[in-house]
Each structure stands twice: as structure tokens, then as C-alpha cells.
Design a protein around this ligand. Structure first.
Ligand SMILES: [Fe+2]
Ligand SMILES: [Fe+2]
Ligand SMILES: [Fe+2]
Ligand SMILES: [Fe+2]
Length: 435
């Protein structure tokens, strides 16, 4: 039986206020939590932040008193949901540990969406972004080891590979080149809309997390790494939000925000193994059905259209977290050399024109070095080579992948070149033999 949220009762908005005690629940145990419970928690925090933020922006330009009353009531509810979800984070989970969780969300979420995305162009954009967050996971994992002595598997639990992707220094584009073609609101499927709304929320919160926490480390190299990757997340928000049809009215966007929340909580509830947290996903699903019902009424009154035209008549699954190693490694092997073109398309780096707009940006931001390259030198000085968690066949291809994926026209001066990476890996073999 398919779940149609419009046929569910949910919980009425006036029954959604909770005490401080009920809002602020016991954190999970960072060593016992399932990695995909943590990714759901990270994603749903981002979903709630976006729901709250969108409603504030809407309220600032709305003169309809009834609409403003709905927004006023539910802004507070979205905000309290955010508290509950985000404050499952335990106080002993370091910023870098949480960061590995954020990048695991980006990799496994985007891979899930790419495989369930009916629009080929949107899928191509997901695959493109995927390889960038995949590289962030690798770069941050080096610091997590150097700073806290943790293995990436302490966080990703063997579900996600940790190895280089498209090198981060190549992610810096002229932000205008990030702009993509938007879907057509009349013909795009609800799955496409919900996928993009979900991913924009996740990427935006990733950006905000790095913006708010990257400075908590005293180590200047780590601070610069956060600054560098935070800037890529800004590009990701720009890229993914440009896929949304800008002619959707604010009422349509309100409907889509509530529908996205419904779908995400439904998906979390269905997949969750931790009974305590599952109860919250289930309760918040009912809250969101309550919001959706009112948002649908507002939409009907304002637009004289059936909400079904926008959101369909059944739930979609935007955030099923599963190990995506096979899919990601296939995209990595076939698309590491892919780049953006200024006419909203894609090309291979060997075909980029001399005057490609992003070269100028890369030369400027990386002129004193790329922190995400420096980290490989730092870890190599300490332990001979970079830290990689993947099966042997992928590990053995790493140098070749770097050769294929590294663009050489605007390289940062501290770039670890393929031949140096090869030497590092040989070092390890020598060190291994000496033991
Ligand atoms: Fe919410
Ligand atoms: Fe990322
Ligand atoms: Fe990202
Ligand atoms: Fe909501």
C-alpha cells in the first residue's frame, strides 16, 4: 500500500507545543550509534533549519494575515524540532567527527538520489557534486586522524570509502559557472522536486556547520581547510538551488517545503533501527502532516489549483541511507575528470578552453597553497602517506585516478602530484618491510 500523506490526519498544529524537557532529549552515544542514524540526524537538522529559515523569509514579504499566522505558529514548531534533532549530538563528539558525519551524509545521500532521479540532467548534476563531497571526506579524515587520533571508520563504520575524489582545489569555480538549468515546475516529478529541496537543505547546513565551527580549532592549517571546503559548500548550495524552477510561487514553495519534510521523516521512520529515535521520527512525521494539510489549504485558496498537481498523491523516498560504495566507485572511475561549462553543461578537463572562467578563481584563491593539499603533506610527514580506507583494487588505482582527475593549469604551489603520491605509497611499503 502506498502512503498518501494527504489522506493522513497527522497531529494538529495547536497540539505540537512541547516542554523544554521533552524538546531536549538525551544525546546518542557516539561510539554506539549506527552511522546511518547519525546521518539521518544530521540531515534532518538541515531540513528543519531550511523550513524555519524559508518561513522567516516568506513572512518578511507576506501581507496576508492568515498566512502570516500560520507561518508564525509553525516557525516556532520547526525551530523546536530542530532543537530536538540537533541536540541528539553528544557533547563529546568533536567538530571533526561531526564533520565526517556531514560528508558521509553528502556522499551516501547524493548517491541514493542520483540512482532514483528520473531527470537525466539533474542526475548528472548529483553525480558531479557527489565526487566533490567524496573528496572532502578524504581530506577531513586526514585531520581527524592527526588531531584526534581517530580512524575514519570510527564514524563511517565501513559503509563509505575514504579515498581521494575530484581534488578539492579543483572545486573552486567562477560561481556563475555553477548555475545550472532549472527543472520545469509543470513537468518535473515530485521525486525530482523533493530530491533537490532535500539536497539544498543538506548542503546549506553543511556550509553553516563549517562556518560556525571551523574556527574552533587553534591549528591554522585546519582553520584554512574549513575555510576552503566551506567555500565549496557555498558553491554547492548555489549549484543545487539553481535547479529549482524560480517561477514556483511562494505558496507552491511552502507546499513543497512541508511535503519534503513529510517525505524525509517518513523515510527516516521507515529505516530507523534505534527505537528511541524512531519514535521521534514518527511523531515529527505526524507534525509535518499537520503542517502540510494547512499549507495545502492555503495553496488551494491562493492558486485555485489542486496540490496534487505539485506534490502528486504519494510519498517519495529522498533519503534512504545505504552503503553506496559500488555506485560511488563507478562514478569516481568514470567521471573524476568532469568539469562544468559556462553554458550549464559538462565537459572533460582536457577539453576546457584556455579562458575557462574558473582558472582565474583557482589561481587567486590557491596562490599561497591549497590547505586541502597541505593536509596530505602533513600526514605524510607523520606517517609516510595519506590515510585511505577502501578495498585494494580501488586503493591501487589511486595514483591513476589523481592523474586523470587533477587539472594542471591553475595548480596550487603545494599540490601533491601523482608522482609524489606514488612515492608516498612506496614509502609505506618500505616502512612495512622494515617492521
Ligand atoms: Fe519541521
Ligand atoms: Fe562537502
Ligand atoms: Fe557539498
Ligand atoms: Fe513543517
Amino acid at each position: 500500500m502506498t502512503f498518501n500523506p494527504m489522506e493522513e490526519k497527522g497531529i494538529a498544529i495547536d497540539k505540537q507545543l512541547r516542554s523544554w524537557h521533552d524538546t531536549t532529549l538525551k544525546p546518542f552515544n557516539k561510539t554506539k550509534v549506527d552511522c546511518y542514524t547519525r546521518t539521518r540526524q544530521i540531515l534532518m537538522n538541515g531540513i528543519e533549519i531550511e523550513a524555519w529559515n524559508f518561513k522567516h523569509n516568506f513572512a518578511r514579504i507576506s501581507s496576508d494575515e492568515k498566512v502570516n499566522q500560520f507561518l508564525a505558529d509553525t516557525k516556532r514548531i520547526e525551530d523546536a524540532q530542530q532543537t530536538t534533532v540537533n541536540w541528539y549530538t553528544p557533547s563529546d563528539q568533536s567538530v571533526l567527527e561531526t564533520t565526517l558525519g556531514y560528508e558521509q551524509v553528502a556522499v551516501d545521500l547524493t548517491a541514493w538520489m542520483a540512482q532514483n532521479e528520473p531527470d537525466e540532467y539533474v542526475k548528472e548534476t548529483f553525480d558531479f557534486g557527489l565526487l566533490e563531497d567524496f573528496d572532502h571526506l578524504y581530506r577531513y579524515s586526514q585531520w581527524a586522524y592527526m588531531e584526534h587520533g581517530i580512524s575514519p571508520n570510527d564514524i563511517v563504520q565501513g559503509q563509505t570509502d575514504v579515498i581521494l575524489g575530484r581534488p578539492t582545489q579543483n572545486h573552486h569555480n567562477d560561481n556563475k559557472i555553477r548555475l545550472r538549468k532549472h527543472y520545469d515546475k509543470q513537468t518535473a516529478s515530485p521525486q525530482t522536486k523533493v530530491n533537490i529541496y532535500t539536497l539544498v537543505s543538506g548542503e546549506q547546513q553543511t556550509h553553516n556547520y563549517y562556518a560556525e565551527h571551523g574556527m574552533e580549532y587553534g591549528n591554522q592549517c585546519i582553520r584554512e581547510t574549513y575555510a576552503e571546503i566551506k567555500d565549496v559548500e557555498e558553491e554547492h548550495v548555489t549549484m543545487y538551488e539553481s535547479l529549482i524552477d524560480p517561477t514556483e510561487s511562494l505558496y507552491e514553495k511552502l507546499l513543497l517545503h512541508e511535503f519534503t519534510e513529510v517525505c524525509c521523516y517518513y523515510n527516516c521512520m521507515t529505516d530507523e533501527k534505534d527505537e528511541r529515535i524512531k519514535e521521534i521520527w514518527s511523531m515529527f512525521l505526524d507534525f509535518e502532516i499537520g503542517h502540510l494539510r494547512v499549507a495545502a489549504e492555503i495553496f488551494k485558496n491562493k492558486e485555485k489549483r489542486d496540490p496534487e498537481e505539485v506534490i502528486g498523491n504519494k510519498i517519495v523516498l529522498p533519503c534512504r541511507f545505504l552503503s553506496q560504495k559500488e555506485y560511488v566507485s563507478q562514478v569516481l572511475r568514470s567521471q573524476i575528470q568532469k568539469r562544468l561549462t559556462k553554458d550549464k553543461g559538462y565537459t572533460n578537463l582536457c577539453e576546457l578552453p584556455e579562458d575557462w572562467g574558473s582558472y582565474k578563481v583557482q589561481k587567486e584563491v590557491g596562490k599561497e597553497g591549497a590547505p586541502t593539499e597541505n593536509v596530505i603533506r602533513v600526514i605524510a610527514a607523520a606517517k609516510g602517506r595519506d590515510l585511505v580506507v577502501a578495498d585494494d583494487s580501488l586503493k591501487n588505482e589511486q595514483v591513476k585516478l589523481l592523474e586523470k582527475g587533477l587539472e594542471t593549469k591553475a595548480l596550487a604551489p603545494d599540490t601533491v602530484k601523482p608522482e609524489e603520491l606514488l612515492e608516498m605509497h612506496k614509502n609505506e611499503e618500505i616502512m612495512h618491510e622494515c617492521k
